[in-house]
Structure formats: C-alpha cells, structure tokens
Design a protein around this ligand. Structure first.
Ligand code: BJ8
Length: 419
C-alpha cells in the first residue's frame, strides 16, 4: 500500500491504532489467499483492491467529495443502491468483519451482541476505518434488534438515516417499503442536491442489474464440477462488490468470468466435497470459515448469504414511465430477499433446497454469527427440511476471534468424513 498518512490524518483517524490494523491485514491475506494454488490471473485485480482497501479507493472517494460529490455508507442489502446512484452519490458497504474493531465496539455496546454490529460501531468510535470517516451519512435499517438500537448510538457520531424495513411480506408491507424508498429518495436529494428523475433512476437500476448479472454469472460458473474458482476467491469478489466502483467492478468480474469459462474446458475431477454455506453475512475481512473448510478436502461452491446469493438474485424491472412505477419495481425486488428478520421466511428454505440441487452440493454448513438470534432460531426449520431431503447439515456458531478455529476445524473435518 502507498503512503496515505496525510489523507488519514485529514480524515481525523487514529493513525497509531490504524497502523496496527494495516500491519495485520497483509499477513492475514497472504496466509489465506496468496498461498492458494493455481488461482485465476484475473484475481490479481481483487488482490490489488484488498491491498489498497484503505488507500486507493479512499483517495477516489475523497477526490469525488472535493468535486462536490457525496458518499454514503450502508450495512444491509436492503438499502437500494439504485437511489444512491440516481442522486450521483457513491455508496459503500461498510465492512465490519474484523476482530480488530470489537474492543472499541464493546465500549458502547453490550458484549453479548453480534460481532458484525460491535465491529462497525468500533470502527467508527475508534476512528480506525477511513470509509466511515469519508461518509457524509450512513444508512441503517430496522432489520435486527442489534442494528436497530445501534443506529441511535451511531447517530451521536455522524448523520444517520434509518429505513424502516417491514418484517412481513404482505401487500401492505410492500407498499410500506415503497414509502420508505420514497423517503430515502427525499433524504438523498437533500444530501446531494441532485433530483432523482425517471432517467437517473433507470440508469441506477441498470447499473445495479448489470452488477447482479456479473455476480450471477460468476456463481453459475461455480456450478461446474469441480468449480473453476475457490470459495475463498468467490467470497472475495462478493465482498469487494460492496465498496468498489460499480462499473469497474462489473468489468473486472466479467473478465474473471471469461477466464473461468476457459478454465472450465480443462477441468478434471478433484474429489473435493461440495459445500453450501448458508446464514449470516461475511463482511470483509472475514474469511474464517472459508479458509478452514477449503484447508480441508472441500470446496465451497455457493453462499446463501447476503455476501452471496441474496445480494444479486432477482433484478429490478426497468419497465415504467414514472418514479412511482420504478419505486414499486424496486420494492418488489427487495421484498423478495429472504432475510431471517422476516416472519414467516419460507422463501429462504426454498432457496436452500433449490441451490442444493443446482450446485450439486454434498453438504450444507449453517454459518451463524454469535448472538444473531433470528438466524439461530431459523436453524430449526431449515434443519427439518434438509433432514427430509437427506441433505447433511452442520451448524457453526462463531464470532471473529481465532480462539475456536481448531475446534471448528475438527467439527468440519468430522462432517466431511461423514458425508
Ligand atoms: S438482509 S442478513 S445484511 S439484516 S447484524 S441480522 S448477523 S444480529 S447482517 Fe443482515 Fe440485511 Fe438481513 Fe442480510 Fe444477525 Fe448481526 Fe443482525 Fe446481521
């Protein structure tokens, strides 16, 4: 990474503390990613993004802001990127995937809540994340209790806009989400000074749809036996999708897929067990489960998570001549996401069963971040259905620390032997 000290100082960061994080990440990335054999050449771009994660991309954001642009941070796949793009703002998904931020997060939040929430709070409070420092506003949502209450704390540190996500999927709820999108449009217009028009919204929808298509193409390639890309690499691509420039991301992901298409022609069976991961998201730099599983005789070929299929499945229809019609299209697409915060949430079970077949999987690992109650409770339903279908299932509940790595490895090893 280049020398960005001056930029970080201008962003009012805690340089000393941030240096500790900067020193640890390359080693972690090197050990997990660069030791993989026979990686696609096109992954070099994604390696570069990680190497420059707190540097080059932040420079772009800062340059954009100097030119009068706005940057907003998001935490959930329900926040409609289309609106952010339509107001000419840059949206960045704020990573909350490191143990590094937990200590600071616990200064303002109880210890017994999900690490993702503690990490994002810690990243802001400890002044160790340049993305937070670059953001003019963050956009929260009322998904789980931990997030819902954390916005009130975050509000003391920076402007926060909270979208009220309905927790059922009736027609009335879809209409409520339409209203929330409209309120969000107003707030984004106020923040940026740019009016949303039918044309700008259609443009935003088009970019997001093309991004979804690129990710879907990558995932479809993983259906090959064996997959032409490791689960670790595919996860990295998904994680980068949240913060990279969308057009550049689409181009680089399509390049990667072109290369993988060539690879598919040469593939030979590798005897590895094909695993689906389902559950809570894995924000950058959370590579814990993937590195454990792929360190054994297995490959992860699909993630039914928000850093996986839930991010890109289903497109927003571009049909319509008014903002109201386009907002309705968006509400319909977003309300089709099967997050465990909904009741009931049958769609998720159906998705898991469908993917198990499509990706030809041998077993499912249910990944549950500690203290995420909605996903923990939903486990039972999914277990029941997978049992009926005779699909092996292993539940792993964990946080970002390394303390249980050995124990998880032993459990995954036993699971792989069993299937
Ligand atoms: S749509 S999964 S990104 S809310 S923060 S719910 S892990 S206790 S992230 Fe999520 Fe949107 Fe749903 Fe997806 Fe649990 Fe933690 Fe809450 Fe979490």
């Amino acid at each position: 990474m280049g020398d960005y000290k001056k930029m970080w100082q201008d962003l009012n960061m805690d340089i000393e503390k941030h240096d500790i994080l900067c020193a640890a990440l390359p080693e972690q990335f090197g050990d997990i990613y660069l030791t993989q054999k026979n990686r696609p050449d096109a992954m070099n771009y994604f390696n570069y993004v990680v190497a420059e994660i707190h540097g080059a991309r932040i420079m772009e954001l800062e340059k954009y802001k100097k030119e009068g642009g706005s940057v907003v941070g998001t935490f959930c796949v329900f926040v409609p990127d289309e609106v952010i793009l339509a107001t000419k703002a840059i949206g960045v998904g704020l990573c909350s995937g490191s143990q590094f931020w937990i200590e600071d997060g616990e200064k303002v939040l109880p210890r017994n809540i999900c690490p993702l929430v503690k990490a994002f709070a810690g990243a802001k409070i400890g002044l160790t994340c340049p993305y937070f420092q670059s953001c003019d506003m963050i956009v929260g949502e009322t998904t789980c209790d931990a997030k819902k209450k954390a916005w009130e704390i975050m509000d003391e540190y920076m402007p926060v806009h909270v979208m009220e996500l309905p927790q059922m999927k009736r027609e009335k709820n879809i209409k409520e989400w339409e209203d929330e999108i409209k309120i969000f449009i107003n707030r984004m217009e106020e923040l940026t000074g740019n009016k949303v028009t039918v044309e700008s919204l259609k443009k935003g929808i088009d970019v997001c749809n093309r991004k979804r298509r690129a990710l879907k193409r990558l995932y479809d390639l993983r259906k090959n036996i064996p997959s032409p890309i490791s689960g670790l690499d595919a996860l990295l691509v998904s994680q980068v999708a949240f913060s990279d420039d969308p057009e550049r991301f689409i181009e680089k992901t399509e390049e990667l897929c072109d290369e993988l298409e060539e690879r598919v022609k040469e593939l030979k069976p590798n005897g590895k067990k094909r695993i689906m991961v389902t559950g809570t998201p894995m924000a950058l730099p959370n590579w814990k489960l993937h590195s454990i599983v792929e360190g054994l005789n297995a490959e992860i070929v699909v993630e039914e998570t928000c850093t996986g299929t839930r991010y890109f499945e289903n497109e927003v229809s571009i049909e319509g001549d008014t903002i109201d019609e386009l907002v309705r299209n968006m509400a319909e697409r977003y309300m089709d996401i099967n997050c465990a915060c909904f009741t009931p949430n049958e769609g998720r079970t159906e998705d898991i069963v469908k993917y198990a077949e499509e990706y030809n999987i041998d077993g499912v690992i249910y990944y549950n971040l500690s203290f995420c109650h909605t996903y923990a409770i939903e486990y039972e339903k999914i277990e029941k259905v997978l049992k009926e279908k005779d699909i092996p299932l292993l539940k792993i509940e964990t946080d970002y620390s390394e303390e249980d790595t050995g124990q998880i490895k032993t459990r995954v090893e036993a699971f792989l032997e069993m299937i």
